[in-house]
Design a protein around this ligand. Structure first.
Ligand SMILES: Nc1ncnc2c1ncn2[C@@H]1O[C@H](COP(=O)(O)OP(=O)(O)O)[C@@H](O)[C@H]1O
Ligand SMILES: O=c1ccn([C@@H]2O[C@H](COP(=O)(O)OP(=O)(O)O)[C@@H](O)[C@H]2O)c(=O)[nH]1
Length: 256
C-alpha cells in the first residue's frame, strides 16, 4: 500500500526551466505544475521513469534561461538587429509583437480582435496575454538564451513579467536602441511601403505608437537604466554599423 505521499525531489520538482525540453504530454503533469507537486508514490515512480527518458536533455538545460530585453522606439531597428544577433550568437529571437500578430491570426483565438484593436491604436496589450505567449514560446523552443524583443514596454508588462517569469529566468541586460523620432517614423513608413502588411505602419497609428512609447515605454527604460542594466546603442547609423556596437556589447558580457 502506498499510503504515504511523496514530494517530488527538487531536481524534478523545479522544472521551471527544464520544462523547456519536456515533450508536450508532460507539460500538464504533476512534474510540470509546481502548484501540484505532491503525488502518490505510484504516480511518482511512473513519472520518475518517464522523466528519466529525458534526463540527459534536462540536465543540459538545468540553468535558468538567459534573457536579454531588446527595447527602442517603433522602427528603431530592434528586429533587424535581433536577426543579426541570432546569426552571430546562439540566441532565440522572440518578438512580442510577432507573437501577438501570430495569436491575432490564429483561428479560434479568443484574443484576436482585442489584439488587433490594441495594435492598430498603438496601445499595449494586457500583459497576461503577452507574457503567456512569451512563456509558451520559450518552453517550446528548447533553447536557453532569448532575445525578448519589444517587451516589457510599460509598467503592466514589467509587473506581469516579474510575477510570472523573473524567478524562472536570468535577465542579463537591456539592449536599448536609441533612435530619433523622425528616423523611427521614416523607417516604419518605409517598412509599410515595402509591404510589411502591418496594420500599424501608417502615420495615424504611428502617432499613437510614438505617444505610447514616450509615455509608457521610456519610463521603463529609465527604470532599467537607474538599475545599471541598460546597454545603450546609437541606432541611427546603417544596420551593419549598429551591429558592430551590438556585437561588442555581447562579447563584453561573456557571450561567444
Ligand atoms: N540601421 C538602420 N538603418 C536604416 N534602416 C534600418 C536600420 N535598421 C532597420 N532598418 C529598417 O527600418 C525598418 C524598421 O526596422 P525593424 O528592425 O523592423 O524595427 P523595429 O523592430 O524596431 O520595429 C525596416 O524596414 C528595416 O529594414
Ligand atoms: O509587448 C508588447 C509588444 C507589442 N505590443 C503591440 O504590438 C505593436 C507592435 O509592436 P512591435 O514590437 O512588433 O513593433 P514596433 O512598434 O517596435 O515597431 C505595439 O505597438 C503594441 O500595440 C504589445 O502590446 N505588447
Amino acid at each position: 500500500m502506498w499510503r504515504a505521499i511523496t514530494r517530488i525531489p527538487k531536481t524534478l520538482d523545479s522544472l521551471g526551466q527544464g520544462v523547456a525540453v519536456l515533450p508536450q504530454q508532460f507539460q500538464h503533469s504533476q512534474l510540470y505544475n509546481n502548484n501540484h507537486n505532491i503525488c502518490s508514490k505510484t504516480n511518482y515512480l511512473s513519472l520518475h521513469n518517464q522523466a528519466s527518458l529525458i534526463r540527459p536533455k534536462y540536465r543540459m538545460s538545468s540553468a535558468k534561461p538567459k534573457v536579454v530585453f531588446v527595447l527602442g522606439g517603433p522602427g528603431a531597428g530592434k528586429g533587424t538587429q535581433c536577426s543579426k544577433i541570432v546569426e552571430r550568437f546562439q540566441f532565440e529571437h522572440l518578438s512580442a509583437g510577432d507573437l501577438l500578430r501570430e495569436e491575432r491570426s490564429r483561428e479560434g483565438s479568443e484574443y484576436g480582435q482585442l489584439i488587433e484593436e490594441y495594435i492598430r491604436n498603438g496601445k499595449i496589450v494586457p500583459v497576461e496575454v503577452t507574457c503567456s505567449l512569451l512563456e509558451n514560446a520559450m518552453k517550446n523552443s528548447g533553447k536557453s538564451r532569448f532575445l525578448i524583443d519589444g517587451f516589457p514596454r510599460n509598467q503592466d508588462n514589467l509587473d506581469g513579467w516579474n510575477r510570472q517569469m523573473s524567478d524562472k529566468t536570468e535577465m542579463q541586460f537591456v539592449l536599448f536602441f536609441d533612435c530619433a523620432e523622425d528616423v523611427c517614423v521614416k523607417r516604419c513608413l518605409g517598412r509599410g511601403q515595402s509591404g510589411s502588411g502591418r496594420s500599424d505602419d501608417n502615420m495615424e497609428s504611428l502617432k499613437k505608437r510614438i505617444q505610447t512609447y514616450n509615455n509608457d515605454s521610456l519610463p521603463i527604460i529609465k527604470y532599467f537604466e537607474n538599475a545599471g542594466q541598460v546597454k545603450r546603442i546609437d541606432a541611427s547609423p546603417d544596420a551593419d554599423k549598429v551591429f558592430q556596437e551590438v556585437e561588442r556589447v555581447f562579447l563584453a558580457n561573456g557571450f561567444q
